[in-house]
Design a protein around this ligand. Sequence first.
Ligand code: HDD
Length: 738
Amino acid sequence: MAKKPSPSPKTSNSKAPTDRTSGTAMPGESPQKASPVPPDAPLRDAYAEPQGRGGETHQTAEGDVAVLTTQQGVPVADDQNTLKQGDRGPTLIEDFHFREKIFHFDHERIPERVVHARGYGAHGFFELTESLADVTRADIFQRVGERTPAFVRFSTVAGSKGSFDLARDVRGFAVKLYTKEGNWDLVGNNIPVFFIQDAIKFPDLIHAAKPEPDRMFPQAQTAHDNFWDFISLSPEAMHMVMWTMSDRAIPRSYRTMEGFGVHTFRLVDAKGKSTFVKFHWKPKQGLQSVVWNEAVKINGADPDFHRRDLWDAINGGDFPEWELGLQLFDQDFADKFDFDVLDPTKIIPEEILPVRFVGRLVLDRVVDNFFAETEQVAFCTQNVPPGIDFTNDPLLQGRNFSYLDTQLKRLGSPNFAHIPINAPKCPVAHFQQDGHMAMTNPRGRVNYEPNSWGATIGGPREDPARGFTSFAAEPDGAKLRLRPESFADHYSQARQFFISQTPIEQKHIADALTFELSKVERPDIRARMVSHLIHIDAGLADTVAAGLGLPDLPAPAQAARPPIDSLAPSDALSIVKNGPATFAGRKLGILLSDGADAELLASLLKEIGKVGATYEIVAPKIGGVTLSDGTKIAAKHKIDGGPSVLFDAVALIVSDAGAELMAGDAAAQDFVRDAFAHCKYIGLTPQAEPIFAAGGIADKLDDACLPLASVKDAAQFVETIAALRFWPRELEVDLDAL
Ligand code: HDD
């Protein structure tokens, strides 16, 4: 808005400023406040209380209400107006309260994480269910039943802090365990392998995946030239690409994904004997993902879908839980295994080496403050307690170097371990001191060792028995800059992953590759990618090539080592084969109209409650509906705010009149069409038929469109929807044509 030259303070009261004379609200101001201003009223008369403080925006401390103070503890009298010379300024730099408030605001942001910027955390505990005293001295694994406090942060990798939750991406699964012998950070992902074998390639991988540097798009997605250029030039990435193009990269919830430590680590016992270990987190909730078309729509309907899901589940007392599983093996197994156990692009199939379950991780408390906890939490792969140790996996070795640097950059001080979320919950005693924001400098006269000040004031001492000792690994050979020959097979396990999927999961992988590569502008990059797929599965390569409209199938990429095509499929790699057994923890969307059958609704809600699931009511108006028995029920969503993509299954309980009204509503049509296209189970009263007819699917209803004709049907419906999706629909119906 144009400003007139400022009148002198002396004349300022005689005439209201131009901005204030219209009687309409200025931006950020409520119309009610601005409307009483007569055209030429002096500012103070119009806006101030008799005391001249600025009207009803002041809320003063009375009774038990705390007094607002500055950071120095000085009580504040007026937080609405800066200190001015006269009514209309200028503002005085003497106003220390204003200066401090704005200064602090100006510094509220810290650098977002260079990767995994968008994340969400929660507190909980780890409980040991089986002692590992025979293989490790790690304190956390000694006493069955003992609980160790935990903080977990889930994340996407590529998107910025403000990006949407359902990007096609790897999910971070970082666990901080506050053990009695120091913090253990297991900084893993929901995918057990990584794109690259050596940490020196990490900056290139991430540069290629993030938005392209000149245009700064696309945000939070790998569907662009740079990513596929890099990937198609890095055959080692092929195994992980199979995972990221699968539905694993669009999980339904953080609660329904697995976590993996990825690398081979070591457990070390009191005598220094080492056992190799791979860590797994298996969700009690079962595995579940969404489909791509649904993910795209969820991002619009609720960009915070995963955050809200975790928040609601924990606050609703439905605490997510994972079992900690270990694959333990010795050097002999490592020597005989088909691949190098130090290669982070390889798994050890569970069928070859079963997972031993030794504990559970439960998340039972949301954070008090997102910034203080989720944003400031600092994970470092090198945080391990005695009894847990590293291997020479070159990716892990590089990570151990990187994370500490990152935390200094992000949190701005070497004292980031003093921040409560990062501070160990066991005693800490050392001579490190000072630096920015030091909170817990050592006390006393002595700040060095060795010293001769004696036990009382001399400070902490080393403990060769309790202290961390590294496993005494023998050096492997000469100093070289090369990739071992044993890391050279890039396709065999990619193929194994693909053939372990159900047909519908294989179709989703082919669809995802076709979609992503169709966003790549350069045809040579598309073709180069297909040249790798030929080694993974000929049918997959053909489907993607046809989907992209490649004129010819390219020649196969040159393989550093001929792929093994005899690896057996592994059921553990499929999501569909590892889904839940009940609808527990899932959400039913119930679309209601006025006149909906009250009895039927009551019995459906009862059944939903019985299995430990939740529901949300969707209705034409947010005020809710009046049911057949005259009772009113509030809605959680208006139809266009509660599309069916937000739910695991849907039910439509409507009256004839209600259905007729909804049939003409595009949002209601989308509600049923999307639920159908995403292979969801749908419960419907006979009256709902016109909505399906308007959505163009009345003649396609199948075995997963279940009648809700009477109260008796409710129990059967809730039992059936435990299957979550009716996949045959996608193989039988051309859902793209809907
Ligand atoms: Fe990393 C963050 C997981 C390789 C360098 N990484 C970060 C987070 C997760 C992972 C879950 C987020 C932690 C949080 O929630 O705060 N990273 C992995 C996995 C990898 C991996 C499973 C391979 C197996 N990372 C990796 C390499 C490097 C990094 C090879 C560098 C050499 N990662 C970082 C980082 C980040 C990070 C730059 C960014 C923010 C942070 O550390 O705290 O240091």
